[in-house]
Design a protein around this ligand. Sequence first.
Ligand code: SF4
Length: 109
Amino acid sequence: MRTPAGKECKYFYGNYFRGRNVEECRLLQASGQKWSADLCYTCPVPAILQANACEFLKLQGTVTRPLSAVFQRRVRVTAFCEKTNRSVSEPQIGCGECHPLPPVFQVKE
Ligand code: SF4
């Protein structure tokens, strides 16, 4: 579903049927975080989902505010691979188990 920022995100839910105006972020809701529409404008999740559609990649979102008086709230994402049971440092790329890089990208020694 398209977020208030105009990006596709599978975690966004909007119900506008018959005058309703219900909007939720199911990613932040799952971790008990409070969502507001402004978070979607800087959220990294739509880009991660576009780059990596691995079924084993599980994302967890938290809302942070770096230097609370200066910066606005942002979504911080951590990723975990359910197949290899390890955290994924670069969710756009993945853990490398299912989708290894083609040989042309590997460095030979
Ligand atoms: S905050 Fe991020 S994960 Fe949540 S609906 Fe918006 S873009 Fe999707």
